[in-house]
Ligand binder design. Structure first.
Ligand SMILES: [Zn+2]
Length: 444
């Protein structure tokens, strides 16, 4: 059964869509289009009844090859960790989603090949329904301890900038493929501070804790300015550029159609498959390591570097503010890691020791609050090699402090981290960001 709030969400999405289309179409055709959209949205959200998520840890190369081939034998398989079958290596914990009608086949194949497995989710739909576990009121108001849909985030962005003109300003940096406005919130006391940290959230649609963190960060920065001397010092001398949600179209899709959607919603390729992995679309060794040229893959890198408007919005803004941006932070989930370049090669960056020390400090700050252990290190060796990623791209532009955060958890809930964990997760990451900000302020 559809949750009341989800129904309202869908109606709000329709409203959002109305707003976007209004300038382009006349009312008559708009009403017809929207009628089709409502019917489609309300009737076709993908369900995951009895779908399972498996965890396997290959013990040798034969098992690695078996796992890599599994996706070609059984379809569809959605890899949760790593992002695609291409990245599986020996001794890596591999989490993957299998639809209900294929789970018996997968179990039989795993048993035949003597591969040990555990089942993380027995009935995924039940866990999807459980994720929104913080109490809701009937109006579905924006809340920092709940997952907010795009219309809620959109009005929050507008409201927070309007209510805090001394500290916050809203800047539109581009439009998504489906023509939604991508906003950035500039936080800081000085209009032209010499230093800035750029933070983006929600590059991957299904990682809902990521945009939740960006919203939390903005709220906490404003709330503690004037109360906490360290935050005051940071915001008096430095700006934050926060993009609360980069991949808006994908996020909307993950709310209304497919909870585990990852890519954007570009359908520019002639192929029937939709979406580009924005974190493979940046212009850094594009399309080489762990990126696919096949539009049907989860790690499809797009038709060319920066082919996607969402990527372009981020890179254009960063390019035009390169002189002040000292650090780049990009927020993802899940797996609890603090990562830094390179991702596309095992070679060490020139300032490896500094970045490793900072990542270690960030992990220590995180652990100090609730004891959560985050791994840290260079992306290629800590997680797996990949190309066209935003952190490598930022680093190559000269932003020498570039980090990817993979937030909670380690797979118990995966992308379905319950709302009851939003607050703790955001609090611990907040400490890490403040730690990095103090370093940037004092040492660069
Ligand atoms: Zn991600």
């Amino acid at each position: 059964m559809l949750h009341t709030c989800q129904l309202i969400t869908k109606q709000k999405n329709k409203y959002d869509r109305d707003q976007l289309l209004q300038s382009k179409r006349n009312m008559k055709s708009l009403l017809i289009v929207d009628l089709i959209i409502i019917t489609f949205v309300l009737s076709s959200a993908r369900r995951f009844d009895s779908a399972k998520v498996f965890r396997v840890k290959p013990q040798n190369e034969k098992q690695v090859n078996f796992m890599r081939n599994l996706a070609t034998v059984i379809q569809p398989i959605d890899f949760w960790y790593p992002d695609s079958a291409l990245q599986i290596v020996n001794q890596m914990e591999v989490d993957f989603l299998v639809s209900a009608d294929q789970t018996e086949n997968v179990e039989a194949l795993l048993k035949d090949n003597n591969i040990h497995y555990e089942i993380l989710f027995q009935n995924l739909q039940e866990d999807i329904d459980k994720q929104l576990d913080n109490k809701r009121n009937s109006t579905c108001k924006h809340s920092y301890t709940k997952y907010n849909n795009w219309p809620q985030i959109y009005s929050w962005i507008t409201r927070i900038a309007r209510k805090n003109p001394e500290l916050v300003s809203r800047i539109k940096i581009g439009n998504t493929f489906e023509n939604r406005p991508i906003y950035l919130l500039k936080i800081g006391k000085q209009r032209d501070a010499k230093k800035a940290i750029f933070v983006d959230c929600g590059i991957h649609a299904r990682e809902w804790i990521s945009p939740a963190f960006c919203q939390w960060f903005v709220k906490e920065a404003i709330r503690t300015y004037g109360k906490d001397s360290s935050m005051k010092n940071i915001l008096d001398n430095m700006n934050f550029y926060i993009v609360p949600l980069v991949n808006i179209d994908g996020y909307v899709w993950s709310w209304t159609q497919d909870r585990f959607w990852r890519k954007n919603r570009s359908n520019a390729s002639s192929n029937a498959c939709v979406g580009v992995d924005l974190n493979r679309n940046f212009d850094v060794l594009w399309g080489t390591v762990d990126a696919s040229k096949n539009p049907c893959e989860e790690v499809y890198c797009g038709s060319s570097p920066e082919s996607e408007p969402e990527t372009k919005a981020v890179t254009t803004f960063i390019h035009s503010h390169l002189s002040s941006i000292k650090a780049y932070l990009t927020i993802h989930s899940y797996s609890q890691m603090v990562l830094f370049p390179y991702g596309y090669t095992y070679d060490k960056v020139p300032n490896y020791n500094t970045l490793n020390g900072l990542a270690k400090g960030a992990a220590k700050a995180i652990a100090s609050l609730y004891g959560k252990k985050y791994k840290y290190g260079a992306s290629a060796s800590t997680i797996y090699p990949s190309s066209g990623c935003s952190d490598d791209w930022a680093y190559e532009q000269g932003i020498k402090y570039s980090f990817t955060f993979e937030l909670r958890d380690k797979g118990k809930y995966g992308f379905l981290l319950p709302e009851s964990e939003i607050k703790e997760t955001c609090q611990e990451i907040m400490l890490a960001v403040k730690f990095l900000a103090n370093y940037i302020l004092n040492q660069t």
